[in-house]
Design a protein around this ligand. Structure first.
Ligand code: CA
Ligand code: CA
Length: 173
């Protein structure tokens, strides 16, 4: 077994990683490492972190800390497109104190996607310009191409419409 990467970090006084999930949670076609952490800064906090690992560099892409009550702890996280809308959800489950009782605590998260329209709009503009240029090129090509003969409808034989481009020696005659 080969260790590819080791990363240690803390937030506030205490950070405990409780669980991990691997999924493409931001829709960029690459899988992320999703972790849930218990964090303590005098109050119990929960943290959800999304990491990018490209084989060389581990980078934190997104994180969220929250407190929903005393003893908040995200014991587990899993990811998937739960509602089949094309966006991957991250689901954290854990516990918190509600009064004197310890309650289950489930949250559903997602990463907002940048709208695809700007890129789509760019494609439309490029395609439109290409089509206009193609038509313009074809138009000027056809116009510049000299017509040499045309059938005379009355005599039913070819007549010469375009003569030689060389100036005639008796052009002024
Ligand atoms: Ca991704
Ligand atoms: Ca979804």
């Amino acid at each position: 077994m080969t260790l590819e990467k080791s990363h240690e970090w803390y937030n506030f006084n205490l950070t405990e990683i409780k669980s991990v999930s691997i999924e493409d949670v931001d829709g960029d076609g690459k899988q992320e490492i999703v972790t849930s952490e218990f964090v303590w800064n005098g109050t119990s906090l929960a943290e959800l972190s999304v990491w990018d690992w490209d084989g060389k560099t581990l980078a934190l892409k997104s994180s969220q800390i929250w407190c929903s009550g005393d003893g908040t702890c995200p014991w587990n996280v899993d990811s998937g497109d739960v509602d089949k809308d094309g966006v991957t959800e991250m689901v954290t489950v854990g516990c918190m104190f509600a009064g004197i009782k310890c309650s289950g605590h489930l949250r559903i998260w997602s990463i907002s996607r940048s709208p695809a329209f700007p890129l789509y709009g760019l494609y439309v503009i490029v395609a439109t310009v290409a089509i206009v240029l193609a038509f313009a090129g074809a138009y000027f090509y056809v116009r510049k191409k000299p017509k040499t003969t045309q059938i005379d409808p009355f005599e039913d034989k070819p007549v010469v419409l375009a003569r030689s481009l060389k100036p005639s020696s008796n052009a002024l005659d």
